[in-house]
Design a protein around this ligand. Structure first.
Ligand SMILES: [Zn+2]
Ligand SMILES: [Zn+2]
Length: 251
């Protein structure tokens, strides 16, 4: 920041407005806008609002024009000895240097404070990230254990299904055996159809010795079926056709 581009700011902490026109300067090297200077320095004794210095001297506070007219500049130091001119200039430059340095220190302070806030925020974000990462890992662990449980259930389900299939196979086998047994029994009964008293077409040749009272009406109908019809009936009552047929062939 070059000194010529530097603009004085009201040294009131709440104001800090850019100064132009008239301003109030103090012996303690502070400067205030016209409004704040008028308010603060109308009281007695005057106290600098920036550094609390007592400003009781007649020239300790001065209302000055920051951009004086050419005529004023031409006349204000006229007649003063060179050393006085230099002394006045020196004092004015000291004031300017102080103001520039104060601004620089304030900017540095703000910068370091902002840097501290950024660091704190970064730290907070890192902590947040770590905590979220932990949460995420916990959830991942939970998912993994749930997957394991699911796999275990799947395995158990397959086992149960396998056992069920095995039982089904056993059941089918037993059912087949049972059907074979039934057919065997029935087949044995069918071996001598002539002796059956109610067989269709054979009823006239009925032997007087056979007793119709052993057969229920259903039995009558059943035994009236021809070999082909009987085969169809067996197919209904037995699950395995091959067994039935092989059995029929056997008999
Ligand atoms: Zn102000
Ligand atoms: Zn002051």
């Amino acid at each position: 920041m070059s000194a010529s581009k530097f603009t004085l700011l009201c040294n009131s902490h709440k104001c800090r407005t850019k100064l132009s026109g008239f301003a109030w300067v103090t012996a303690c090297s502070h400067v205030f806008c016209d409004q704040h200077g008028s308010e603060e320095f109308s009281r007695t004794p005057a106290i600098c609002p920036a550094c609390s210095s007592m400003l009781s001297g007649k020239l300790d506070v001065l209302r000055t024009e920051l951009t004086p007219s050419e005529q004023y500049k031409a006349m204000v130091l006229i007649g003063l000895p060179p050393e006085t001119v230099l002394e006045i200039s020196h004092k004015a430059l000291e004031f300017w240097t102080y103001q520039v340095n104060q601004e620089r220190l304030l900017m540095e302070y703000n910068l370091s404070r902002t840097g501290g806030q950024v660091l704190q925020m970064e730290k907070f974000m890192v902590q947040q990230n770590q905590s979220k990462e932990l949460e995420l890992n916990a959830l991942r662990g939970e998912i993994a254990s749930l997957k394991k449980v699911l796999e275990e259930y799947k395995r158990k389900y397959s086992e149960v299904l396998e056992r069920l299939n095995e039982r089904n196979r056993q059941y089918q086998k037993l059912q087949g055996l049972l059907d074979s047994l039934r057919m065997h029994t029935l087949g044995t009964g069918e071996k001598d159809p002539i002796s059956h008293p109610f067989s269709t077409g054979l009823i006239k040749q009925r032997s007087p010795h056979s007793s119709p009272s052993f057969l229920a009406p259903e039995g009558d109908r059943f035994f009236s079926l021809g070999p082909e019809n009987a085969k169809t009936f067996f197919q209904f009552s037995t699950p395995t056709r091959d067994r039935t047929q092989s059995f029929i062939k056997k008999n």
